[in-house]
Write a protein that binds this ligand. Structure first.
Ligand code: TRP
Length: 467
């Protein structure tokens, strides 16, 4: 069947812009902030190995599925899933997966904006020279005083949400392409500079071993985390890549494109890890330091090298930019959907949705200070509590949203997208979209999408349940 649909939201100039946009979406706080601290929390090498497996066998096939579904449907993720399902004679309820993904993406944005706000605050502190000559204790205290202050967090969270809304409101294509062409390469250069510094700490080997030493006893502990993070870092499972795929030109090979995005994303995460852990060990810090890891270690590095202040300033600008090129992909699926559904202007739809995310994000802001004792999902001796003040176990608001999205909603969404592309869309449609020259490669790809990725998600879920 010929496919000459076009998107009403615009189209990328070329497949390079899709790579830029998808890489912009993939490379973000997940790589520089989350990956290192999760690796630290889940014991290093075992987590890294599982993460790489999850990327290759589950994440990439799902990214491929999303891209080809999007390009075939050319609408917001929800409407694309509905119309393709009807065309294929399947149930229109497949669109529920896209709806759920759309909501998950908004939930991710709510806390992502708060953390990106930390980076904005650090731009200011770096610029003022607050970190000159700082030691581990001082860096820890500086981070603590930021997260303890709800007003300061709210300010930066609001600013970041506004930045995200402005770009989305204007339309993705024009503003993004130009800035990303400059910012993404710069980010890579700076990561390399940081890597160079960590070589000089004398603890590089220790950091490297920590990242790549495989301890099989830790596998079960971190496998759901590794799977969830693979989804998060590739930004799949919510329909963000699907809407980006909808703006992709027809004459572009999806397979190679998706592979490039996945490789770049993995490269950035590993580089960030290799740059951070030597600094962690050199400063005598704990690798399992949790979400504050990057915000404590980097100031130590930048505070104690020549030109550290300038480098640090640029680095946090780029972290913010990387976060910003990611955050827009979280808002786009919902904006595209409500523009299609209501016919209202993009600007209006964007304003309403951003405000909503901002509000939910306030829960995350408060979870670091005033609501730090509010624990959700508490399994205590006297039974289960949805919310209990001051409980031992349980999760803060931030942890809950992070857990719900990364560990549950993203993998479930991805599972549905892979099954839909693999089994519902029809072999011919998939062959037409992928346009692979080698029939063997096509078979392998189809098999990954139909069987390996879905089974992978299910195994990890079951492993978690029987733990
Ligand atoms: N991949 C991004 C990162 O690593 C985060 C991200 C962008 C994302 N878009 C998303 C996560 C959609 C979940 C859903 O920082």
């Amino acid at each position: 069947m010929a496919n000459d649909k076009v998107s009403i939201h615009g189209a990328w100039a070329s497949r390079w812009v899709f790579i830029l946009a998808a890489t912009g979406s993939a490379v973000g706080l997940g790589n520089i902030w989350k990956f290192p601290y999760m690796t630290g929390m889940y014991g290093g090498g075992a987590f890294v190995v599982m993460y790489l497996f999850c990327i290759a066998l589950v994440g990439l096939p799902i990214m491929l599925a999303e891209t080809l579904i999007g390009r075939r449907g050319r609408q917001s993720s929800v409407n694309t899933m509905r119309s393709l399902a009807l065309e294929a004679g399947a149930s229109k309820h497949w669109s529920i997966a896209a709806l759920m993904g759309m909501i998950a993406a908004l939930l991710v944005l709510s806390f992502y904006s708060v953390v990106a706000g930390w980076a904005l605050d650090y731009i200011l502190s770096m610029g003022r020279g607050d970190f000159a000559g700082i030691d581990a204790a001082g860096a820890g205290a500086a981070f603590g005083s930021l997260t303890d202050d709800p007003w300061r967090l709210t300010l930066w969270h609001s600013l970041f949400m506004l930045l995200t809304a402005v770009v989305i409101g204007k339309g993705v294509v024009a503003g993004l392409e130009r800035s990303l062409r400059v910012m993404m390469p710069l980010l890579f250069v700076l990561l390399l500079v940081l890597l160079g510094y960590s070589f000089t700490t004398g603890h590089f080997q220790e950091g490297f071993n920590f990242l790549f030493h495989f301890d099989p006893s830790k596998v079960q502990d971190g496998i759901l985390a590794a799977m969830g993070h693979a989804f998060f870092t590739l930004s799949v499972g919510v329909g963000a890549i699907m809407v980006y795929g909808a703006y992709m030109p027809k004459k572009a090979s999806i397979g190679a494109t998706v592979l490039a995005v996945g490789l770049l994303d993995t490269l950035v995460a590993l580089t960030a890890g290799m740059a951070l852990f030597p600094i962690v060990f050199a400063a005598g810090l704990e690798p399992g330091g949790g979400p504050g890891l990057m915000f404590v270690t980097l100031p130590i590095a930048f505070g104690n090298v020549a030109f550290g202040q300038v480098m640090g300033l640029i680095f946090f600008v780029l972290v913010a930019v990387a976060a910003w090129s990611s955050s827009i992909s979280m808002l786009e699926p919902a904006v595209a959907y409500f523009v299609e559904k209501t016919g209202r202007s993009r600007a209006k739809v964007t304003a309403v949705l951003a405000l909503l995310c901002w509000l939910v994000g306030m829960g995350t802001v408060l979870s670091f200070n005033l609501w730090a004792q509010a624990k959700f999902f508490v399994f205590a001796e006297d039974g289960f509590h949805l919310l209990q003040w001051g409980a031992e176990g349980g999760k803060t608001f931030f942890d809950s949203i992070d857990y719900l999205t990364s560990r549950i909603l993203l993998p479930l969404g991805g599972l549905a997208f892979a099954l839909f592309a693999g089994w519902m869309l029809g072999r011919e449609a998939v062959r037409d979209e992928l346009a692979m020259r080698s029939p063997h490669l096509f078979k392998l790809t189809l098999w990954l999408m139909r069987v390996v990725a879905p089974v992978g998600v299910l195994i990890v879920f079951i492993a978690e349940l029987i733990k």
